[in-house]
Design a protein around this ligand. Structure first.
Ligand SMILES: Nc1ncnc2c1ncn2[C@@H]1O[C@H](COP(=O)(O)OP(=O)(O)OP(=O)(O)O)[C@@H](O)[C@H]1O
Ligand SMILES: [Mg+2]
Length: 276
């Protein structure tokens, strides 16, 4: 699924402040994009444009070539672009896990046999198949968020949008959710656009966008961002622990490439140990 934004401007009310201000960019199929930016910079407003929940005041957005402005395209776009919000409660509608995961499919009157299959494979993908018959109110926040993800997955989306999905969760659930989405992107090629304030999370994306006052102020990659002190300080961001560690290795004279990939750092260290 690819997105093409062409001079997109948006105001919530006619003539009021521009919340998106002349945004033009492309998001390619299979890309894993993180969206950063201060509170109120327009991130959620931007994301809602990608599944046609909001329509530009001026400019156009094409989702796989389909203009979000046209009524006839909206249903198909919303069906194939899933959205996951900060608070799982706002997206849970049924009290039993399997019923909740099936909700979207039942809504579009899918064949019951297909629903059963899709629910099973969605629960499997997030590692919660044994919870199928459980009551949702017995689950933790992290498990509930996974159930919301399963519900989106059951719809077989081409793209998943996430609006601070882990900000209410503990560290363990955070990294589990990150791993699930990372795998879905890698294995199934699902396009991902993820809003976060957590710099540890953005390290594993392909691309980072930073919003400032409704404009895309930065469009870069994790390794270009985190190894550039000038950009970091300009946008009030900090190096991650991993990058700090790699910089320390470099200071000690080791020839390690700029990376934000933990596995690459571990491989490097093993190779060094083997050499010595
Ligand atoms: N439904 C709405 N009606 C009017 N103004 C809105 C509406 N939703 C958001 N805004 C305003 O638009 C601006 C951008 O909001 P948005 O939620 O897109 O920012 P954000 O970057 O997601 O912020 P946060 O990090 O706090 O989630 C804010 O000034 C906000 O008050
Ligand atoms: Mg927001």
């Amino acid at each position: 699924m690819q997105f093409n934004l062409n001079h997109v401007t948006f105001s919530y009310r006619l003539g009021s402040r521009k919340i998106l201000d002349d945004v033009s960019l492309k998001i390619k199929k299979g890309e894993f994009v993180f969206l950063l930016g201060k509170n109120g910079s327009g991130k959620s407003t931007f994301l809602k444009h990608l599944n046609a929940m909001l329509i530009p005041t001026s400019g156009e957005i094409y989702v796989d070539g389909k203009d979000t402005k046209l009524e006839k395209n909206i249903y198909k776009i919303r069906k194939t672009v899933g959205m996951i919000l900060q608070n799982p409660e706002s997206q849970i509608v049924n009290s039993i896990v399997e019923e909740d995961v099936a909700f979207g499919l039942e809504n579009i009157a899918e064949d019951p046999k297909i629903i059963q299959k899709r629910v099973d494979s969605a629960l499997q993908a997030i590692g919660m198949q044994t919870y199928k018959k459980r009551m949702i109110n017995e689950l933790s926040g992290g498990q509930r968020q996974k159930i919301v993800i399963a519900g989106v997955l059951a719809m077989q989306p081409d793209c998943i949008l996430l609006d601070e999905p882990t900000s209410m969760l503990d560290t363990k659930s955070r990294s589990e959710i990150l791993r699930i989405i990372y795998d879905l992107n890698k294995k199934l090629g699902i396009t991902v656009v993820w809003i976060t304030h957590n710099l540890e999370e953005v390290q594993c994306g392909h691309r980072i966008l930073l919003m400032k006052e409704g404009k895309i102020a930065l469009d870069t990659t994790p390794s270009e961002l985190f190894y550039n002190d000038e950009i970091l300080s300009k946008f009030d961001l900090k190096r991650t622990e991993l990058v700090e560690f790699v910089c320390n290795l470099k200071k000690k004279g080791l020839k390690i490439k700029d990376t934000t990939n933990k596995e690459a750092v571990i491989d490097f260290i093993f190779n060094q140990l083997r050499k010595n």
